[in-house]
Design a protein. Structure first.
Length: 581
């Protein structure tokens, strides 16, 4: 498709006009019906539900009727608008994101969804924005009177400090494996190590010997940071494992290092989940890791091998690390966009099922192949588009489930799940409480869809729900093709899980074929988190419809079931977080 460098395409212009007209008409109709909340969106008689492709007669009539109303053109229109250059990549805290948030809020208003509270559809969040100033950063190691200097971007990258603009550290180093303490497995990387006042050097990720679920949890950077701080460390230098290098090449990390980071602020104006005692934070490339381990009792290759075999035993590293990082700090603001469809059952309407999709993306970065705008068409205009179309189909089909539904377009996912963390801890649903989360993030409609992967389905009663919904949409549920990538903790559903709320993250599968798996891998290699995730790639729109229908069917079952979703007995995440309220 031909597009101007900074404006809408001709097709997008047409769609914008049509959508804005629909929003105006929808808002007028909504105002006309505000006096009677039970009045349908339209008074026209609906046709009796019929069985179409992918619509199982076992699906309840209201869900089946709404499923028939899912429209490919509507999903396509939302993606083309949100992924247009006009939104400048929708980075959190920028005018482009604000424009996208206003667009989604207008859609919610046109659909007749209620604002979550009296302040409207936008849930404002205050942020600390912080970014690295590379020219002021330095890293060297002094061994036996000889200083070895690390070259920025080639050997290392500094992690910006959300608290201090300038800070230097000089400290001894200790290699501490993956930096994990997991008593349930009798595993402690810090056993017999004194790291007080020292820099800990850690391998990224978690041991391969861990089961997939604990490995996902313990791979989290926040978990490792908290543990290092608790053991008295003053900094962390993280060395990437070969598996992480394969998943996300160092070149991508370098390319994204110029993007700012963000933390939401608590009521006192302080950044959340920050450990002030960690004065220095850095990441090393493989070349930087080899330089750091030169002359150590084990080479980096030997450390990798020990980790692969089950445990990389820690040991002191010779020399003193001299590090300096300089950060640029500023204030920022952004908003989640929240719309509510109240439940029909007086007893259950205080239980809210959250449908989420992150609205933000990376914004504008260094040019790649002549393009600097990270449009985020799949990541995640696609998820927002599917969410909006599910909401529209439910409203147009007069389908109102027993439990209340909360549709949330989240900010700050690309900044570390910030918007979802804030919403999960501060849900704007009055006296109600959240009982489930269905998260839509980067469903790839690259080819005709035959299977889906439901990350998190195995942890709770949401798994069987999605099995039934997939069958009803003529899809199969496939197992996680790459559990080593710990996807379940890398999108917004994990913020809800940490608050004890069962969650699922459905996405397109690879159809169980080598060709399908390679198609997904190739997309991740060439387009993921790059300006090439734009409108100039393949979208199989019938697959988008089937995917949306499946999620609508699952949502309907969860919102109408006699009991709220529950964690499976003995589940790792349920046992760890399920008692939280």
């Amino acid at each position: 498709m031909l597009r101007s460098a900074r404006g809408f395409s001709v097709r997008s212009c047409t769609r914008v006009s049509v959508v804005l007209l629909a929003m105006t008409l929808g808002a007028t109709a909504t105002r006309a019906h505000e006096a009677d909340d039970s009045t349908p969106v339209t008074r026209a008689a609906l046709p009796p539900p019929t069985i179409g492709p992918g619509l199982d007669p076992a699906v309840p009539v209201p869900a089946r009727r709404a499923g028939l109303l899912i429209a490919a053109d509507a999903i396509r229109g939302h993606i083309e608008i949100l992924a247009d250059d006009r939104f400048e990549g929708r980075e959190t805290g920028t005018p482009g994101y604000q424009l996208a948030a206003r667009y989604v809020a207008a859609q919610f208003r046109a659909l007749g969804l209620e604002p979550a509270d009296s302040s409207g559809y936008l849930q404002p969040i205050a942020f600390r924005r912080y970014s690295t100033v590379p020219s002021g950063c330095r890293l060297s190691i002094t061994r036996a009177g000889r200083e070895v200097t690390f070259r920025y971007r080639e050997h290392w990258l500094a992690s910006a400090d959300p608290l201090r603009e300038k800070w230097s550290v000089e400290a001894p180093m200790v290699f501490a494996g993956h930096g994990i303490t997991a008593p349930e497995f009798g595993y402690d990387d810090y056993a017999n190590l004194d790291v007080t006042g020292k820099i800990v050097v850690l391998l990224s990720g978690a041991p391969k010997s861990f089961p997939a679920d604990p490995r996902a949890h313990y791979s989290s950077g926040l978990v490792r940071d908290r543990n290092a701080a608790a053991h008295g460390a003053v900094g962390i230098v993280s060395v990437r494992t070969p598996a992480d290098e394969l998943r996300s090449p160092w070149e991508r990390s370098v390319r994204q290092a110029d993007f700012s980071s963000m933390k939401w602020l608590d009521s006192g104006g302080a950044p959340t989940e920050v450990y002030p005692q960690l004065e220095f934070m850095a990441r090393l490339s493989n070349a930087g890791g080899e330089l750091l381990f030169e002359g150590a009792r084990r080479t980096l290759a030997q450390v990798y091998a020990a980790s692969d075999s089950g445990r990389a035993q820690g040991f002191p590293l010779a020399g003193t690390l001299n590090g300096r990082r300089v950060s640029a700090l500023s204030s920022a603001a952004s908003s989640n966009v929240v719309g509510v469809l109240p439940g029909s059952d007086p007893r259950l309407r205080g239980e809210y099922v959250v449908v989420s999709a992150h609205l933000d993306h990376l914004g504008i970065g260094a040019p790649v192949a002549g393009d600097s705008i990270h449009n985020g068409a799949y990541d995640n205009a696609s998820g927002v588009a599917v969410m909006l179309e599910i909401a529209r189909a439910l409203r147009a089909g007069n389908a109102r489930p027993k439990r209340s539904l909360v549709f949330v377009a989240l900010t700050g996912e690309e900044k570390g799940l910030q918007g979802s963390d804030y919403f999960a801890k501060h849900p704007s649903v009055g006296e109600g409480h959240l009982v489930a989360n269905l998260n839509l993030d980067m469903a790839l409609f690259l080819a005709p869809l035959r299977s889906v992967v439901v990350f998190g389905g195995e942890h709770s009663s949401l798994g069987p729900v999605y099995e039934r919904a997939a069958r009803a949409a003529d899809l199969e549920v496939s197992p996680d093709p790459a559990p080593e990538q710990v996807v379940f903790v890398r999108s917004d559903q994990y913020s809800f899980v940490k608050q004890g709320i069962p969650a699922a993250f459905p996405t397109a599968g690879s159809d169980g074929t080598d060709e399908g798996l390679e198609r997904v891998r190739e997309w991740r290699r060439t387009r993921y988190h790059s300006p090439q995730d734009d409108l100039n790639q393949n979208f199989d729109w019938p697959s988008a419809v089937r995917f949306a229908r499946m999620n609508l069917f699952a949502l309907w079952e969860v919102a109408n079931a006699p009991a709220a979703p529950r964690w499976n007995a003995g589940d790792f995440f349920g046992d760890r977080f399920g008692t939280r309220k």
